[in-house]
Structures are given as structure tokens and as C-alpha cells.
Design a protein. Structure first.
Lengths: 285, 282
């Protein structure tokens, strides 16, 4: 073949480029343009240039409020539950069991989140945990269709994603640092706070960022376990695009969601950088 | 500590176990176990709506995964060792595709394609009597967009870890670039491509949110399950759920085996990177 290296390169990359242009750049541009438009009388979109849709955002305040409280709460809850498990897997478990136990954490993540979330309908519904509590003498507890149910679903769904990066960070940790610290008479909890925790920070940051980003766009868990009472921005978007067909306003909501997400990610990036700097300081000591 | 770990594993597996258990219940009630039976599996597999949804999901997952693997691998090959603005643009697009929430990708694809179809269809219909609409095509294209990005990331990581010396040796020995690609590069990156393919298949097969927007009048299996749950939980849905989870699990095991074998084979060719001795700086 008489293709030069440059021509080969173009031939290889053009299909992917076209795919990105047609199904990523074009759609995102359309959302941005529509967000400045108007709702046509039959639903859908009518051209225009107005900031009306953005001014109207407070109409969906509850969805943004729920997302921006439950997403961070869910992230923190996942972190608190995942960290000890990651620590256990990285530090305490014998190598013989390690692989199997790790795989067992990841397996649920690769099965449908839809089916896994809906399993909680049984557990949180009237005949599940509330019935058990009833039997124990605690009566009248309602769990399904509450923020708590959504939180449980979130932690359940995203725990594997949190465990893994923290595990990787802890696994890399040089155990001799802890031995040295113990030899110098440092109590274990101080060694943990001064060595283990700071060195595992990159993993914590990666895990929380991953989970938080995914939670911002969550729809299924609130739809299944929140029963229409606890709804996220994702649920508002489904409503706006598939039920009320208000494309212009829906686009503004989507743009707002992405902008909030980008701001959070940028702030987080800064935080991560600061931690990286601190770590270098520590290494030099 | 052990007790804690055991509790977390219980938390992870109890819900899955309950679904699997109730799928074998003989009774109509989905939340009370009434004797062992496999009749709901039979019921699910005889339901034409389930079978149709299953086939749509399998076809879409298969086609989108094949396309994503081929196009993604091509892009990864082109991007490795590339510098400059084009590479930056691609890096940005890959990150955007992975980071933007699926729901936003879904609505964006929906309104963009519907708008484009509205413009193109009158003209197309006059010329060929054919109309474009949401369905198979949009499902494959939207799923493929996301999974192609995963393939690029996976294959590129593998390509960057490749031993340059092998490629140089091959070309020094007079091999044609295409020969080097077929005999050296491709076997070495094959495990990454296959892993990308299986990941893509699993993603597409399990995806609900993007499909919910772009499926048009088609019903994929997750869409079927979701709308059934809305109407109330039945043992039949438990049976479908159990089968889907078993299938995902099977695929995961296959991926692991392939990755491990691929890893073992590539060490025959590639010298295992020697672990660098740790330098204590403290």
C-alpha cells in the first residue's frame, strides 16, 4: 500500500471523529441552542433567543435541592462504608483470599443496576425490614419511598466503585512506613491518621469523584425507591422530555446540571492537587 | 474487622440472593415464598414480549460492541504517539463522552436526531419513500459512542505499555508495517480489544437510561423490566432478573479468563517488567 504514515493515521481516526461529531458534539450543541429557545405550542422546540428558560429554573428547585443534598450524602455514606472494607482487603487479608474477595466486590457492579435496585423494593417494602422491626416492637416504620430508601439504593449501587480506587491506593502503601512508625512508639491510631489516611487520599478523591459524578445524573434509583416523592434532576429531565415535552426548558435544566457538575469537578481537581503537593512535602521530610 | 467485611458482603449479596430465591417461588405473590418451582422461568421464556425485548437487546449490544471495538481500536492506534491539536481534541471528546451523565447524552441524542430527521425526512421521503426514525440505529449509535470511548482508553493504555523495541526489531528485520501490525501489535493488544468488546456488550445490554430516550418504539430488555416494575413486581420479573444477572456473571468470568490468558501469553513475548526496587527516601 502506498499510504504515507500521515494518511494512514487520518484513515484510522476519521470514523471515530465522525461518530463523535454526529453523536456527541452535534447533540450537545443542540441542547445548548435549545436551552435558549422556546417551547412550541405542540411541545418540542420553537426557535428563539431568550433567557426565559434559565430564569424559570427555580421551578425545578426541589429536584436540584434533592440531587445536591442526596448526591453528596450518598457519596459520603459510600465512602464511610467502603473505606474500612478497602483497608481490610488491602492490609489485613491474606493474598490467598484477596483476589476472590476483590472479585466478589466488583461482580455486583457488572450486573444490571436496575435489577439490583429493584431488589430493595422487597427489603424496604412493607413485608421486608419494616415487618422485622414491627416484630421487634418498633412499629409504624416506613422505609420505601423515603430519602433513606434512595440513600440505601445509592450506597448499594455505587459501593463497588468506591472500594476499588481506595483499595488500589492502600495496596501501594509501603507497609514498612507503618512498621517504622510503630517502632518509634507511635500508637496505631496516630499512624493511621498521619500515614495511612494521607497516603490513601488519591484513592479517596478518585472514588468520591466517580461516585459523585454518576450520582448527579441518577434517575433509576430515585425512580424505583423514591416512588415519585424523592426525585433527582434526572427524574425532572425524564418528565420534561418524555411526558410534558418541554424541550427548551428541559435543555436549560440539562445545561444547568452539567455546569454544576463541571464546577464541582473543577473544585475537586484543585483539592486533589493540593493533596498531591502535601504528599510531596511529606516525602521530603 | 472480619465481621465488618462479612456484613458488607451480606449487604452486597442479600438483595441479589432474595431475587434469585423468589424467582423459584411457586406462588403468585412476589414477596412470600410459597414452595419451590421453576415455572416462572418457563413463563418468562414463553412470553413473546420478553423474547422480543431480549433479542433487541442482544442485537443492539452485539452490533454496537463490534462497531465500538473496531472504530475504537483504529482511533487508539492513530492516537498513540500522536501529538498536537488533533490529539488534544480527541482526548477532550473521549473525556466528555465518559463524563457527561448518561441521561444528558440520552436527551441530547434524542432531540438532535429527532430535529435532524424532521429536516431530512420530507426530502428523503420524496426521493426514496423511506423515513428515518428513532430505533435500532439510534440505539446502536448512542451506545457505541460511549463504549467506543472505553475501548479507546483500554487499547491505548495497552499500546502505550508495548515494548517499542519489539516493533523496531520487526521493522529492522524487514517486515512490512502491515506485517508488523498483524504479527506483533495485534496479538499483543488483542486481550485489551476483547476486554473492551465484552465491556461494551455488557454496558449496552444493561443500559437503561440512554435506551429509554433513544429507543423510539423499540423495547429493550431493561426498558421492559422497568415498565413491568412500574406495574408491580411479579415472580416472572424475578426470573428474568436472575437470568440476566447470571448472564452478566458468565460474561464477566469469560472476560477475566481471556484477560488472564492473554496476559500469560503476552509474557512469553514480552519480558515481564521488572519491579523497580523501592527507594526509601525517608
Amino acid at each position: 500500500m502506498a499510504l504515507t504514515q500521515n494518511q494512514t493515521r487520518w484513515a484510522l481516526i476519521t470514523p471515530a471523529g465522525l461518530w463523535y461529531a454526529a453523536l456527541l458534539l452535534l447533540p450537545l450543541a443542540v441542547v445548548l441552542i435549545f436551552s435558549f429557545g422556546e417551547r412550541s405550542t405542540v411541545g418540542g422546540y420553537a426557535p428563539g433567543f431568550t433567557l426565559e428558560q434559565y430564569a424559570n429554573l427555580p421551578a425545578r428547585f426541589a429536584a436540584f435541592r434533592n440531587t445536591l443534598t442526596l448526591a453528596p450524602l450518598g457519596t459520603i455514606a459510600s465512602l464511610l462504608i467502603a473505606y474500612p472494607l478497602a483497608y481490610f482487603l488491602a492490609v489485613k487479608v491474606s493474598p490467598r483470599w484477596k483476589t476472590m474477595l476483590l472479585v466478589l466486590v466488583i461482580v455486583p457492579f457488572w450486573t444490571s443496576i436496575l435489577i439490583r435496585s429493584y431488589a430493595w423494593i422487597f427489603l424496604l417494602g412493607g413485608r421486608g425490614i419494616p415487618a422485622l422491626l414491627d416484630w421487634l416492637g418498633i412499629e409504624g416504620v416506613r422505609l420505601i419511598n423515603t430519602p433513606f430508601a434512595v440513600l440505601v439504593g445509592i450506597v448499594y449501587g455505587y459501593l463497588p466503585l468506591m472500594v476499588f480506587p481506595i483499595y488500589v491506593a492502600l495496596e501501594k502503601l509501603d507497609k514498612r512506613l507503618l512498621e517504622a512508625s510503630a517502632d518509634l512508639g507511635t500508637p496505631p491510631w496516630r499512624s493511621f491518621l498521619q500515614i495511612t489516611l494521607p497516603l490513601s487520599m488519591p484513592g479517596v478523591l478518585t472514588g468520591t469523584m466517580l461516585v459523585f459524578i454518576l450520582l448527579m445524573g441518577e434517575f433509576l434509583i430515585p425512580a424505583i425507591l423514591g416512588g415519585g416523592k424523592v426525585f433527582f434532576v434526572g427524574n425532572a429531565l425524564v418528565d420534561l422530555f418524555l411526558q410534558s415535552r418541554n424541550w427548551a426548558f428541559g435543555s436549560a435544566v440539562a445545561v444547568a446540571l452539567v455546569v454544576i457538575m463541571l464546577i464541582v469537578v473543577a473544585l475537586y481537581g484543585r483539592l486533589a492537587k493540593r493533596f498531591a503537593v502535601n504528599r510531596d512535602d511529606m516525602d521530603l521530610m | 474487622m472480619r465481621l465488618y467485611a462479612a456484613l458488607v458482603y451480606l449487604f452486597l449479596y442479600l438483595p441479589i440472593g432474595i431475587i434469585a430465591l423468589f424467582s423459584f417461588s411457586a406462588g403468585r405473590s412476589a414477596s412470600q415464598f410459597q414452595g419451590f418451582s421453576t415455572k416462572w422461568y418457563g413463563r418468562a421464556l414463553e412470553n413473546p414480549f420478553v423474547i422480543e425485548a431480549l433479542w433487541i437487546s442482544v442485537e443492539v449490544a452485539l452490533i454496537s460492541a463490534v462497531l465500538a471495538s473496531v472504530v475504537g481500536t483504529m482511533a487508539a492506534l492513530a492516537l498513540t504517539g500522536m501529538k498536537g491539536r488533533l490529539k488534544m481534541v480527541f482526548d477532550l471528546m473521549i473525556h466528555v463522552a465518559v463524563m457527561i451523565p448518561g441521561i444528558v447524552i440520552g436527551i441530547a441524542t434524542l432531540i438532535a436526531l429527532v430535529s435532524v430527521f424532521d429536516i431530512v425526512n420530507p426530502w428523503l421521503e420524496a426521493v426514496s419513500g423511506f423515513r428515518l426514525s428513532m430505533g435500532y440505529g439510534s440505539l446502536i449509535a448512542a451506545h457505541g459512542l460511549f463504549t467506543m470511548s472505553l475501548v479507546v482508553i483500554l487499547v491505548r493504555r495497552r499500546l502505550e505499555a508495548l515494548d517499542r523495541a519489539l516493533l523496531e526489531a520487526s521493522s529492522d528485520l524487514g517486515a512490512h508495517p502491515l506485517g508488523t501490525f498483524r504479527q506483533v501489535t495485534l496479538p499483543l493488544i488483542a486481550p485489551a480489544i476483547l476486554a473492551g468488546f465484552l465491556l461494551s456488550f455488557t454496558f449496552s445490554f444493561d443500559d437503561f437510561i440512554i435506551a429509554f430516550f433513544v429507543a423510539g418504539s423499540e423495547t429493550t430488555l431493561p426498558i421492559y423490566v422497568f415498565s413491568s416494575i412500574r406495574r408491580g413486581v411479579t415472580p416472572e420479573i424475578n426470573a428474568i432478573g436472575t437470568m440476566v444477572m447470571a448472564a452478566s456473571l458468565g460474561l464477566l468470568v469469560v472476560t477475566q479468563v481471556i484477560l488472564r490468558r492473554g496476559g500469560a501469553r503476552s509474557t512469553d513475548v514480552q519480558s515481564e517488567p521488572v519491579e523497580r526496587p523501592k527507594v526509601d527516601r525517608s
